[in-house]
Design a binder for this molecule. Sequence first.
Ligand code: SF4
Ligand code: SF4
Length: 179
Amino acid sequence: MTDSLFVHPDICLQCAGQGRTCCELSDTGDEEFCFPLSDVERERIVAADAAHAQCFVFAPNTPGFVQQLGVLLPEYTVQTAFPESGFHWRLAITQTRQCVFLGPAGCVLDRALRPTYCQLFPLWVLRGQLTWFAAPECLAHAQCLSARNMLTAMHTTQAEVLSLFSTLCAGLHLSKVNA
Ligand code: SF4
Ligand code: SF4
């Protein structure tokens, strides 16, 4: 399968050529902290190919998971959406610690099918402001010193990032605290 909009931002192809990317866990990384998926995200991937139903894990909302999600989404009702007695879906990880959808030429899912978090990364929204993750493996983070450059490198716009972020929060049933 190829990406209908673009295969990958060029910088991601360069990044993949240099080593580990955001689609792989580090040696010390823990799948406990993988980002959760909404039902809509999982269902659209399975609707495209029923065999993909095997590509997800129903994982417990551990205290560490909830705490980390709260750090990423401090304005949102993380504890309500992810009660510590509950479970959430996440992408499965292979024995080589890669996302199950990572192929030799990058993600095998069309961009529109990918989890919203994947469509956003490394861009993010914190307290209403556009930002990005300072991930050590991310070549885009290493090379882009401004939000404008990052948006260009990732072939996106601020409007698209804000829209994707809203979609992500709605899909995970996250509301703004005191909203
Ligand atoms: S779904 Fe695709 S983009 Fe997302 S982590 Fe897996 S391989 Fe990477
Ligand atoms: S988003 Fe960052 S870490 Fe992921 S492939 Fe692109 S440059 Fe690499």
